[in-house]
Design a protein around this ligand. Structure first.
Ligand SMILES: N[C@@H]1[C@@H](O)[C@H](O)[C@@H](COP(=O)(O)O)O[C@@H]1O
Length: 326
């Protein structure tokens, strides 16, 4: 799993062009990352790129940047098929707080996606269980999800997989946690009676089945969840922690979200990114395709080893060990 740390929400959403202290390659932040993935895939009508999408405040900046890419001709959604991860039960589709409306407002009406390529769960279906089965079958019929983008709640849930959700869960009807219902009153004029208590959601296993997953985590209020996700074991009480089992998992977070991580963990992932960029993003380091000079590699290695004794420039390890034993 990779952890990419950006300065703030804007940098997590989309690289803005300004350099941060780590001078990291633009494609690493969410919108650029998605653009690169879709463009590299070279989707066609017969072989579309299948993208999983979340709602919430976390992806809004990323969606706006994707729309800009589309307008400027750097990206097209013509051969992209999308599957949203969840939907509330019992809210009319055109209600301003339905996830359908959210997606129209923030992404779909600004891009060139074909309406028939948009897949969303129907929270008003007569048979909700059958609707969930239909959704799983539709994803499978498209060969599965290529890249699933996600956000999390402060309690570490992905989609609506509230704490205690089975890590093998599939798309299903879910009762929302009291905290989530309270959090959602902000969308319903503070009136708890109007807040949906049920939702349809992809399962943890549905999400993790994607060939690649990318989770955006911003804000100090999600820092405990990030620490649980990164530094502790896989645990159904923090469903996002299942990402540890994913062969291609990426978490993009801001500095605020790292508050509860060990300094050592933050330094470790930053140093890994340095080395990674030295191999794939040379232009940002001013290197035109050649490998980093050895002194740079040595100083990066020192960083990534958290201060453990390392051979220093030109000095054999043996000599250093002897000296430190004296
Ligand atoms: N079902 C959604 C999740 O998919 C989302 O990740 C979470 C956090 O939302 P936000 O990004 O606004 O913090 O809210 C809801 O619970």
């Amino acid at each position: 799993m990779r952890l990419v740390i950006r300065q703030d929400y804007d940098e997590v959403s989309a690289w803005t062009g300004k350099l941060n202290i780590y001078k990291v390659h633009p494609m690493e932040s969410s919108a650029h990352y998605i653009k690169e993935r879709i463009n590299q895939f070279q989707p066609t009508e017969k072989r579309p790129f299948v993208l999983g999408l979340p709602t919430g405040s976390s992806p809004i900046g990323c969606y706006h940047r994707l729309a800009e890419f589309c307008k400027s001709g750097q990206l097209s959604f013509r051969n992209v098929v999308t599957f949203n991860m969840d939907e509330c039960v019992g809210i009319p589709r055109n209600h301003k707080e339905s996830y359908y409306s959210f997606m129209q407002t923030h992404l779909f009406k600004h891009i060139d996606i074909k309406p028939e390529n948009i897949n969303m769960l129907n929270g008003n279906a007569e048979d909700l269980d059958a609707e969930c089965h239909r959704y799983e079958a539709a994803m499978a019929a498209h060969g599965g999800i290529e890249l699933f983008l996600g956000g999390i709640g402060p309690d570490g849930h992905i989609a609506f997989n509230e704490p205690g959700s089975s890590l093998t869960s599939r798309t299903r009807v879910k009762t929302l946690a009291y905290e989530t219902i309270i959090a959602n009153t902000r969308f319903f004029d503070g009136d708890i009676d109007r807040v949906p208590k049920l939702a349809l959601t992809v399962g943890v296993a549905t999400f993790m089945d994607a060939r690649e997953v990318c989770i955006m985590i911003t804000g100090a209020h999600k820092s405990i969840a990030l620490a649980k996700c990164i530094e502790e074991g896989v645990n159904h009480m923090w469903s996002v922690s299942a990402i540890q089992m994913h062969p291609k998992g990426l978490v993009v977070c801001d500095e605020d979200a790292t508050l509860e991580l060990h300094v050592k963990t933050v330094k470790y992932f930053k140093s890994i990114e340095h080395v990674h960029q030295s191999l794939i993003g040379q232009e940002n380091l001013g290197l035109q395709g050649q490998l980093l000079p050895s002194d740079k590699v040595r100083s990066l290695a020192r960083l990534s080893n958290h201060g453990r004794t390392l051979e220093s420039e030109g000095e054999p390890a043996k000599k250093k060990t002897r000296r430190s034993l004296q």
